[in-house]
Design a protein around this ligand. Structure first.
Ligand code: AMP
Length: 299
């Protein structure tokens, strides 16, 4: 079954202590869509400017991503620049240039409206809501967010939470949203805001799910070298949704395994700048690491 992905489609300029790479393919929707594409068909909704390199459009196409919902507008593509410290868990934003993103309104092609699985990747909650308004009774809706929206768009975010099945956010955002530092309490408070399923991501320490079947902890795949963690969260939720859409059976039966697939897909993202490593990854590479994770967590 198809996954519809909406979010940012960006050019990312990334600096780490070892290297710097300007204008890589980035954005929450790019990372999530490529991650989901390992498992089945993906439809992308986003906007880019005329400066968007053709080779990036080819990369999407190589992964079989349907681009009917990608608008190409006069103007510059959304550009984000970030710099990592020696401790790669710490990053600061150097620039956010909205370009064509400033006036973006996600309009869905008619063929996209019945998509059963919807991933609202990181983007303003008002735009995430606008996408939901156009959908025809989706089976499962997941949303990601970021601290920026908690600071400037809380009202829209609270409206969104009432309309989604799964919220995915990182631990600092969960604590900011709930004012509670305890992860168990934070999960309970987040469920009360609407979503039946909540996943709190903890970077290299994995993630924790709260849902009707109780809690579940998914490890991160341990890497000896992290090159660039940009987009790891988006790859996690993209891989998770791709797997869920491809699996037979109920959401409850598949969600835990989907988190493990999400962890593994995200691990490849961290091993190259931007989407470089993910682009050359195969489904067989993913399956191999899933097996390794099963061994690593068996006792
Ligand atoms: P993550 O590493 O999971 O936080 O995601 C990083 C991606 O988010 C980058 O590829 C950026 O292009 C994208 N991004 C950064 N700021 C924003 C924003 N304000 N809205 C949407 N996407 C953003």
């Amino acid at each position: 079954m198809s996954v519809l992905v909406v979010g940012s489609t960006a050019l990312d300029s990334i600096k780490t202590p070892k290297a710097s790479h300007p204008r890589l393919l980035g954005g929450s929707a790019s990372h999530a869509a490529v991650a989901a594409s390992f498992f089945g068909p993906v439809r992308l909704v986003g906007v880019v400017g005329r400066d968007f390199p053709k080779r990036y459009l080819e990369l999407y196409r190589r992964h079989g991503i349907d681009l009917a919902g990608l608008q190409i507008r006069d103007g510059q593509t959304f550009h984000w620049a970030g710099e990592y410290e020696v401790n790669m868990n710490r990053r600061r934003t150097l620039a956010t240039e909205l370009g064509v993103f400033e006036t973006f309104s996600p309009e869905l092609p008619a063929a996209y409206r019945p998509s059963p699985f919807v991933l609202l990747a990181n983007i303003a909650p008002a735009l995430q809501l606008h996408v939901l308004d156009q959908m025809r009774r989706p089976r499962f809706v997941a949303a990601d967010t970021m601290d920026l929206w908690l600071n400037i768009a809380m009202k829209d975010l609270l409206r969104l939470l009432k309309r989604i099945d799964l919220l995915v956010l990182n631990d600092s955002e969960a604590h900011q949203l709930t004012q509670d530092d305890n992860v168990i309490h934070a999960l309970a408070r987040l469920h009360k805001l609407g979503p039946k399923y909540v996943i709190i991501k903890k970077g290299e320490h994995g993630s924790i799910l709260g849902g009707p079947q109780g809690r579940f902890i998914a490890p991160a795949y341990p890497l000896s070298k992290v090159v660039d963690p940009t987009g790891a969260g988006d790859s996690f939720v993209g891989g998770l949704m791709g797997y869920l859409a491809s699996a037979r059976g109920s959401i409850d039966a598949n969600l835990r395994r989907a988190m493990v697939y999400g962890s593994v897909t995200a691990s490849f993202c961290c091993e190259g700048f931007g989407l470089k490593k993910t682009d050359t990854t195969t489904r067989a590479d993913i399956e191999k690491r899933v097996k390794e994770l099963a061994q690593l967590t068996k006792f």
